[in-house]
Structure formats: C-alpha cells, structure tokens
Design a protein around this ligand. Sequence first.
Ligand code: ADP
Ligand code: 5GP
Length: 184
Amino acid sequence: MRRGRLFVISGPSGAGKSTFIERFLKRDKGSTFSVSYTTRKKRDKEVNGREYYFVDKETFMDMVEKGGFLEWEIVHENLYGTPKKEIIENLERGIDILLDVDVNGAINIKKNYPEACLIFIEPPSREELQKRLSLRGEPQIELRLKRYDEEIEKKHFFDYTVINDNLERAYRDFENIIEQVRGH
Ligand code: ADP
Ligand code: 5GP
C-alpha cells in the first residue's frame, strides 16, 4: 500500500497558509490536517480541536517529556507542537498530511523526514502582510512582523515557494505543487 505524504506548509504569519489549507481540504478527501497543540489564547472564531488543541503550559511540557511531539517550537512567545502519533498512523494508512508550522519547525521536520515536501508561502510584501494581518484583526501585528525578515531568509530550505499575491493564481500554484509531488 502507498504510504501517505507529508506536506509542510510554512511562511510568515498572515501569508495565507490557513486560507490555502482550508480550501484544499474542502475538495481533497485523500488528505487531512494535523492539528497542533498550542499554549496561545484561542481566537474568537477558532474551535478547540479544529485549528489547534489549546492547552496550558504544564500539559504541553508533559507531552514534550513523554516524546509526544514530532517537533515543537516557541513562536511569538507561545509554545506550538506537532503531535507525533496521529501523523505516523495516518501516513501508514496512506493518508497525506498537511502541516502548518513555523519555518524552524519545517526545517526540523525535513531533517528527520527528508521525504517531506516543504512549501513556503510568501506574501507579496511586508506592507501587504501588515494590511492582511490588520484586516484579520490580529492583536499582535508588530510581534509577527518582527519575524518576517528572519523567515524570508530561510526560504531557500524549502522545496517550493508560492507568492500569494493574487489568491486564485497562487492557490492554483499551490494545488499544482501537491498534485505534482503526488504523481511521483
Ligand atoms: P496564515 O494562516 O498564513 O497566518 P491566513 O490564511 O490567515 O494566513 O491569511 C491572513 C489574512 O489574509 C486572512 O484574513 C486572509 O483572508 C487574507 N488573505 C489570504 N490570501 C490573500 C490574498 N491573496 N489577497 C488578499 N488577502 C488574502
Ligand atoms: P498562529 O498563532 O498565527 O496560528 O501561528 C503562529 C505560527 O506558529 C505560524 O507560523 C504557524 O505556522 C506556527 N505553528 C503552528 N503550529 C505549529 C507547530 O505545531 N509547530 C511549529 N513549529 N509551529 C507551528
């Protein structure tokens, strides 16, 4: 049986990762999203267990000690981690997995799973990113923009980059990359 593929979607906060992933999962039945754990506060529209499992620091560190994460990082002063068990099970069942992790998390995953496909989503500019974060109602815009340069510098670690200027065009590029990788 064909093993599932791991697609790691990364890039600055506000670049459009969730928008692409949500669209893709709506039409693609052969893949699933890996829900990460985080200690950050839930946004109004978010649902526990859908975007993230929202946990306190103690619960998170307990999972770290038990080896429950494939990788974990401190991002914007909060802890974020990718749970290991579900991913391994899904890949073995032939289900493709989409992960939304920060750039350092993506690079770490590639070290342990070289067969993972890393896709970098890039906003057209810092100014446009700022606009989108503010339209999203993001309360920590400055903190998120501070990481922008650092993240862009690491895009050469990625297998593919999609510039998210025009949403329709960019989304098509994103979808084509996944289909192309699946075809191999
Ligand atoms: P991320 O998951 O990378 O943090 P989001 O998918 O939440 O980013 O996108 C940030 C905001 O920008 C959202 O409000 C989203 O609707 C908007 N957005 C995404 N792509 C585009 C685009 N191509 N043009 C304009 N706005 C966009
Ligand atoms: P947000 O708070 O905007 O949802 O996410 C902030 C950042 O954390 C984003 O760059 C997102 O990709 C990243 N992130 C989400 N889940 C994980 C995870 O499990 N591991 C790592 N390393 N980063 C994550």
